[in-house]
Design a protein. Structure first.
Length: 174
């Protein structure tokens, strides 16, 4: 039989323990995400997967805000994050720190996520674009790789927070 575990039985880290725990060598860059619910969801997903850092760029809303908290459920307090006015500048900074910049976008030359070869020993920054416009071209021009999630239905894209979960899960399972 299955019995649900309560919060204490899950043995989760405290916010302090999480902040000092080792992280996966991944950063997530949000390029002009307009929905605070998506931002909050990506905070929560990034916390769950042990992402190093979130970069909130352009019009992407920053905590504290009740609409971010509604979906982040406190992850906005555990996840390290930085605001950058310009996504391209944030990507240039990450490149200078040794990160590979990987856009998630349907673009000429993109590689399906399941076929993407993760370069050994390299830190990656995953760039997620605006809900309607995607990743800015100026940012794509700075990217080392471009990946996309194969899709089989009538829609052209996943919700950006769903996309974050799929991409992070796939990359961290390799």
């Amino acid at each position: 039989m299955f019995r649900k575990l309560n919060t204490q039985q899950l043995n989760r880290l405290t916010i302090y323990q999480y902040r000092t725990a080792p992280k996966n060598p991944l950063a997530v860059v949000l390029d002009n995400i307009r929905s605070m619910n998506n931002v909050g969801s990506i905070f929560r997903t990034s916390d769950c997967f042990g992402v190093e850092h979130l970069y909130l760029c352009g019009i992407t809303a920053c905590p504290p805000h009740r609409d971010i908290h509604k979906t982040a459920l406190g992850a906005e307090n555990s996840m390290p994050w930085t605001y950058a006015e310009n996504t391209a500048e944030a990507c240039r900074l990450l490149k200078s720190q040794g990160y590979l910049i990987v856009a998630v976008e349907q673009a000429e030359g993109s590689v399906p996520l399941n076929e993407f070869t993760i370069p050994a020993g390299r830190k990656m920054a995953i760039v997620l674009g605006n809900e309607t416009e995607g990743v800015e071209q100026a940012v794509l021009d700075l990217c080392d790789h471009c990946i996309e999630i194969p899709q089989f239905g009538t829609k052209h894209s996943f919700n950006v927070s769903v996309c974050a979960g799929i991409v992070l899960w796939e990359l961290l399972n390799r």
